[in-house]
Design a protein around this ligand. Structure first.
Ligand SMILES: *[C@@H]1O[C@H](CO)[C@@H](O)[C@H](O)[C@H]1NC(C)=O
Ligand SMILES: *[C@@H]1O[C@H](CO)[C@@H](O)[C@H](O)[C@H]1NC(C)=O
Ligand SMILES: *[C@@H]1O[C@H](CO)[C@@H](O)[C@H](O)[C@H]1NC(C)=O
Ligand SMILES: *[C@@H]1O[C@H](CO)[C@@H](O)[C@H](O)[C@H]1NC(C)=O
Ligand SMILES: *[C@@H]1O[C@H](CO)[C@@H](O)[C@H](O)[C@H]1NC(C)=O
Length: 391
């Protein structure tokens, strides 16, 4: 029995960590493929077919296709489809010219045959048929306007759609609109997508990204607000043709009563695969440190970092309890993602030209140390902004 226990604990202590990741960055105009092997994270290849400013990635693992959005500040905006092969190898299938500034997307519909896209600067919502990933086709573009600027006029001069999230029933798409303080709601029909009355977010909050959690028969939606640096929790109920959001709470990204330094901009939010935890990233705080993952002579032993903030979901109440504030692995953690098992978090540090992988305890939800780090997006500023596991 003792030897069996020893065997099991040894087996558990050395999980297989070999994994492929993708990261996008503006300044090298590349989609980088990385290989994680234990504590080593290395660039395998770079693709330049995602245009001048690669940003969001959506992976269709069932169909082995990766979609990459190009915000297109330095040229035209595009959406590139890639076939994924062994170890995540990428083959370009199609490049679709699209409206300026696509920033986030989600697959939807039968066989994931469509992509919904949020366009930030051009105030638009779009859909693309990806039924044939070798022949992408824009099927809808709707542009919105604001009658008057919002409470934060320099950021709320116009609608700014920032995310596209498929709901757990796969019947609706939620699009946080930072400029209009709205959650825009779209119902997915057999042949079209129709907009329903939007949910009003708190004035001046600037809804950016959101994520659903399903606990038993209850559904919750958590939205991170870039302008207020608050997180809003909603309970979601369904009727035949629509869904209704009831606000449960709204408090600081650092937990109830928390505060952030001036200039902070909350960014990403993810619900853990087991629907028990919420993790968000916050940019511009720069008041944590962590051990330099690649110390060399003449470099600091500790590096500056922004935080990742974890909350536990209070079962069927949907309430959140602050669990942990920990280093994101550097400055400006614009995008991060978890692996499917929830044991690893990949974080893209835009101001540090760095992608890190952080270990995570699935049972407690606690993030641990940076296990691997790589330089991505070499050059000044505007380094990696999203990192995604290929699995
Ligand atoms: C953008 O697209 C237009 C129209 O297709 C083309 O004429 C132009 O050269 C493109 N610009 C860049 C920078 O690729
Ligand atoms: C959209 O599709 C639904 C059925 O899925 C249909 O009832 C509705 O009329 C369609 N709307 C438009 C504008 O085509
Ligand atoms: C953020 O949440 C706090 C409560 O923690 C609240 O007092 C404040 O008004 C909220 N800010 C905005 C802009 O909604
Ligand atoms: C981070 O900054 C905030 C606001 O300036 C401050 O209240 C907090 O104590 C700082 N945290 C750390 C760990 O320095
Ligand atoms: C760091 O400095 C020490 C002492 O000068 C030297 O022995 C060592 O080789 C150096 N290491 C590297 C990686 O340069």
């Amino acid at each position: 029995m003792a030897s069996l226990r020893l065997f099991l604990s040894t087996a558990l202590a050395t999980p297989a960590l070999t994994q492929t990741l993708y990261a996008t960055s503006y300044n090298d105009h590349a989609l980088t493929t990385l290989q994680l092997d234990g504590s080593s994270l290395k660039t395998v290849s770079k693709s330049y077919d995602c245009g001048s400013e690669p940003t969001w990635l959506t992976l269709d693992s069932a169909n082995s296709v990766l979609y990459c959005l190009n915000e297109g500040w330095g040229g035209n905006s595009t959406i590139t489809s890639y076939q994924t092969g062994a170890a995540g190898a990428l083959t370009t299938l199609d490049i679709l010219p699209t409206l300026k500034s696509p920033v986030a997307s989600t697959l939807y519909g039968p066989k994931n045959a469509n992509l919904a896209v949020a366009y930030y600067d051009t105030s638009s919502f779009g859909t693309v048929s990806v039924n044939n990933p070798k022949d992408l086709a824009q099927t809808l573009l709707e542009t919105y306007t604001l009658a008057a600027p919002g409470p934060v006029p320099d950021r709320q001069d116009a609608p700014h759609l920032h995310d596209a999230i498929l709901d757990p029933t796969r019947k609706f798409i939620i699009v946080p609109d930072l400029g209009s303080d709205l959650l825009r709601i779209y119902r997915i029909g057999a042949t079209n997508v129709t907009q329903l009355p939007p949910v009003k977010a708190l004035p001046g909050s600037g809804p950016r990204h959101g994520a659903f959690a399903v606990v038993g028969r209850k559904t919750f939606f958590y939205n991170v607000n870039e302008l207020s640096n608050n997180i809003t929790g909603y309970s979601v109920s369904y009727t035949r043709n629509t869904l209704e959001f009831t606000r449960l709470f709204d408090f600081s990204t650092h937990g109830p009563g928390g505060s952030v330094p001036a200039g902070t901009k909350a960014a990403e939010i993810v619900v853990s695969p087991d629907n028990r935890f919420v993790i968000l990233s916050s940019r511009g705080e720069n008041n944590l440190t962590f051990p330099n993952p690649a110390p060399t002579n003449g470099t600091d032993a500790e590096l500056v970092s922004d935080p990742l903030v974890s909350f536990s979901i209070g079962g069927r109440t949907g309430q959140l309890t602050l669990l942990q504030i920990t280093a994101a692995g550097g400055r400006n953690p614009r995008g991060f993602s978890l692996n499917k098992a929830g044991t690893l978090l990949a974080s893209a540090l835009q101001d540090d030209n760095r992608v890190v992988v952080i270990e995570r305890d699935v049972k407690t939800g606690l993030l641990g140390k940076v296990v691997a780090s790589a330089t991505v997006g070499e050059g000044d500023g505007n380094g990696p902004n999203y990192a995604l596991f290929y699995e």
